[in-house]
Write a protein that binds this ligand. Sequence first.
Ligand SMILES: [Zn+2]
Length: 133
Amino acid sequence: MTKEELIAEAFKAMKNSYAPYSRYHVGACIETTDGKKFWGANIENASYGATNCAERSAVFAAYSNGYRKDTIKALAIVSDGPRIAAPCGICRQVLSELLNEDTPIYLTNGKEEVTSCMKELLPMQFSQEDVIR
Ligand SMILES: [Zn+2]
């Protein structure tokens, strides 16, 4: 899948966003090394803390289907917001553990686009090495 195709898949996933509170719609798509794709969308809740972001939905779906960081090829995160869909702090922590540090992450709102990776998005992350002795 090309970068453009992966981004297009993330925009399709965004249509499944459930965001009645923020009206900020986000979609994500993970491509695996064997060519499978996993969509994620942000799913809000009246108890705001129970909300799940699109990129966590996508990575949890991939992991739930047996994929791991070495079998995740790329991630696209898209939004309909005024800026690129930069992951929130919780997502950066989760993705820093569940993706390789150099896995490409494409961020766009359809107007601007940035390619990044967890090494850039969360330097000096808190990780397994800090808690497993
Ligand atoms: Zn998030």
